[in-house]
Design a protein around this ligand. Structure first.
Ligand code: PLP
Length: 444
């Protein structure tokens, strides 16, 4: 088996306990990716697979970007590692500056992590730190939403609204209330934002605030478009109303932009697409185009100033950080990625390709198996009728699509399509044709 630079012989697949994978099934019939370039992956049998979900929504600039590989190589040769506590290296500062060129005005400080999950847990701690620094110790309750996905660490699981991710892990954080999700039948097949339910569903936040006492609510976490659960685009007025309620009661609004950040909706962040500015934003994935593990949390200047600038001199202001926060290689990858976004005008390209992409996805409505479609920007979800065991069809279809030359991320019986921004119309056609053909041929 080939990997770049070394020959790897995998005689046994047994030892590697794979994440979010049916290990036994996979090991009986593995799907190994041994090469990737542009819009394509190559499997270990030599098959060519078009990447219909930017792998895990992260490879926005397409695979195998030489600029990123070269920047990481050069960085590792010059300075492979710098401890991030009480010292630093230029890359961390340079990348924070570049990220703040994309965040909304007033969100000017960035803390680096290694993943989306770590970004969420970092954001939770920032919320605590901010309220504590203001002497407001009563705010301890967090509000999230049914069907939310905020990663897999204990904080993120506590905010999660996806049953499978929660039920096996009872020891999560207390004091979390969930609003209703926004997937309502009135908005079935709505393209972009649905017309119905925005105000009413957002008012759940106010009901929770008035139930527990507005002064006890620390923050409200939402994905602006709920991604992993299947692209739930917020109905019109929903995010605006959440912002209003947060302002009214002094609640911090956190947008989890791990999927939507860096151009997925054709704007740098989803907040800008919806015209709503949060107080804190989490990000990861496309920050390095998936080439290095990295996440980040960007905060309003007022939050940084309250926690950092107003703290007593002579001590660390925020007791949090990772050995690999702002790792030099990840920063190099991030800087190279930001440069590609600019140079190749990829956010504009995503915005331009979106109508064609959505047209093609909506053509799938004609399939009997399809029960709903949602989408915005370069992100869409297709729900299929579940079989006897919910999720079993999705699992089977994901495998069949792979062997038919298409990679799609599935959650249960929902397919989530999110092509890289470098896709051409012909790639979109290829993705949709393979998707359709696999479903038409499928009999369970
Ligand atoms: N938050 C959101 C909205 C996500 O979609 C994800 C991952 O898909 C995460 C957090 C967790 O990110 P990671 O898998 O990098 O820990």
């Amino acid at each position: 088996m080939e990997t770049a630079g070394a020959k790897v012989t995998a005689n046994s697949l047994e030892e590697h306990w794979m994440p979010f994978t049916q290990n036994r099934d996979f090991k009986n019939n593995p799907r190994l990716v041994v090469k990737s370039e542009g819009m394509y992956l190559w499997d270990h049998k030599g098959g060519k697979v078009v990447d219909g979900s930017s792998s895990l929504f992260n490879v926005a600039c397409g695979h195998g970007r030489k600029e990123i590989a070269e920047a990481v190589y050069a960085q590792l040769q010059q300075n492979d590692y710098a401890a991030p506590f009480q010292m630093g290296h230029p890359g961390g500062f340079a990348l924070a500056k570049e990220v703040t060129k994309l965040t909304p005005k007033g969100i000017g400080h960035v803390f680096f992590t290694n993943s989306g999950s770590e970004s969420i847990d970092t954001a939770i701690k920032m919320v605590y730190a901010y309220h504590a620094a203001r002497g407001d110790h009563k705010r301890h309750r967090f509000v999230s939403r049914e069907r939310a996905y905020h990663g897999v660490n204990i904080g993120g699981v506590s905010l999660s609204g996806m049953v499978r991710n929660r039920e096996a892990f009872p020891g999560v954080m207390p004091y979390v209330s969930l609003m209703r999700h926004t997937h309502i039948p009135e908005n079935k097949f709505a393209r972009g934002q649905g017309e119905h339910g925005g105000m009413e569903l957002a008012n759940d936040l106010e009901r929770i605030a008035l139930t527990y006492g507005p002064g006890t609510i620390a923050a409200c976490f939402v994905e602006p478009v709920a991604g992993s659960t299947g692209c739930l685009v917020p109905p019109k007025g929903y995010l605006e109303r959440l912002r209003e309620i947060c302002d009214k009661y002094g609640i911090l609004l956190v947008f989890d932009e791990v999927i939507t950040g860096f151009g997925r909706l054709g704007t740098p962040f989803a907040g800008q697409a919806f015209g709503v500015t949060p107080d804190i934003m989490t990000m990861a994935k496309a920050l390095t185009n998936g080439a290095q593990p990295m996440g980040a949390v960007a905060v309003k200047d007022e939050i940084y100033d309250t926690v950092v600038e107003k703290a007593p001199e002579g001590m660390i202001e925020f007791f949090h950080g990772y050995t690999y926060s702002a790792h030099p290689a990840a920063c190099a990858a991030g800087l190279a990625t930001m440069e590609i976004f600019k140079k190749d005008k990829l956010f504009e390209k995503a915005a331009k390709l979106s109508p064609y992409f959505l047209d093609k996805v909506w053509e799938l409505k004609s399939l009997d198996a399809v029960t709903d479609i949602r989408g915005m920007g370069l992100m869409a979800a297709v729900d299929l009728k579940p079989g006897k065991v919910p999720g079993a069809r999705g699992n089977e279809l994901q495998k069949r699509m792979f062997w038919n030359g298409l990679h799609i991320k599935w959650t249960g019986d929902t397919a989530i399509l999110a092509p890289p921004f470098v896709a051409e119309k012909a790639h979109i056609d290829e993705i949709i044709e393979k998707f359709r053909a696999t479903i038409v041929a499928f009999k369970d």
